[in-house]
Design a protein around this ligand. Structure first.
Ligand code: NDP
Ligand code: 8X3
Length: 250
């Protein structure tokens, strides 16, 4: 069987970094992208340039994205799997106190860049009967205070995934939306602009999802027989469940 290739965005930390490890261990070639070049280089140093191709760019920069695709070396040009993982939440303030610049950054990263990446790689994915795994979130289904635009971007990711399924009907391309709940990565550090205590407090005693859990889930989905498509997969730590509605009284 020929070696398969996955492009994993957001490969410098969290889910993406763990997914690189899982796929390289499973014998795939991986294109690893993110902004932090030194972390990507560590992946190449660890696994070798024949296994990992590192490409550092800001995924919001459309010209850089196209240049990264154009610059893929021989052996990495036939992409079988796109893992649209790069993303972030910024801020926990209610909408009426939120920072508009943070909203725009979340939309540019979680929505516009994910759609651009998908649009760019779709022709090759169709040619190879490949697969797309989009990392959405439970925040796209369940509202919570301060989730405003972040949750909105993830609702886009989930619905875009299902609409892709419809448009790709008959092509053999598989599309999955993974919708994780609380997972311990750098997510909360980023969201709180580096507040380690807030991050530690959120995860303390909760036995959250780990990055390795999601990497194993992506690996399982990618290696299902070609006649099976997981449309959407919601996954939470056992310690987390939905809470109720709220009522304001005068
Ligand atoms: P991390 O912060 O650990 O990782 C986020 C990754 O996204 C990093 O590799 C980062 O790379 C990359 N990224 C962010 N912005 C950009 C950008 N502008 N250009 C390129 N890469 C970018 O968080 P997670 O691993 O938790 O997050 C991965 C995905 O999972 C996100 O889409 C997130 O919304 C989603 N998610 C997370 C959950 C959680 O509780 N942790 C639960 C549900 C979904 P770099 O900074 O080097 O650019
Ligand atoms: C991350 C999960 O619940 O912090 O998408 O929004 S949550």
């Amino acid at each position: 069987m020929s070696t398969k290739t996955a492009w994993i965005t957001g490969a410098t930390a969290g889910f993406g970094a763990a997914t690189v490890e899982r796929f390289v261990a499973g014998g795939w070639r991986v294109i690893a992208s993110g902004r932090r070049a030194e972390r990507l280089q560590q992946l190449v140093d660890r696994h070798g340039a024949d296994k990992v191709h590192a490409t550092a760019f800001d995924i919001r920069d459309e010209a850089a994205l196209h240049a990264a695709v154009a610059g893929l070396p021989a052996g990495f040009t036939g992409i079988d799997l796109l893992v649209n993982n790069a993303g972030l939440a910024l801020g926990t303030a209610p909408a009426q106190q939120a920072d508009l610049a943070q909203w725009k950054q979340m939309i540019a990263t979680n929505v516009t860049a994910l759609a651009t990446m998908t649009h760019r790689l779709l022709p090759g994915l169709i040619e190879r009967r490949g697969a797309i795994v989009n990392i959405s979130s439970i925040a796209g289904s369940y509202p919570y205070r301060g989730g405003n635009v972040y949750g909105g971007t993830k609702a886009f990711v989930s619905q875009f995934s299902q609409n892709l399924r419809t448009d790709l009907h008959g092509t053999g391309v598989r599309v999955t939306s993974i919708e994780p709940g609380m997972a311990e990565t750098e997510f909360t550090l980023v969201r709180t602009r580096g507040d380690q205590a807030a991050s530690d407090q959120l995860y303390a005693g909760a036995h959250p999802i780990t990055a390795g859990d999601i990497a194993d889930t992506i690996w399982w989905i990618a290696n299902l027989p070609p006649h099976l498509n997981v449309n959407r997969l919601e996954i939470m730590p056992t310690s987390q469940s939905a809470a109720g509605l709220q009522v304001h009284r005068d």
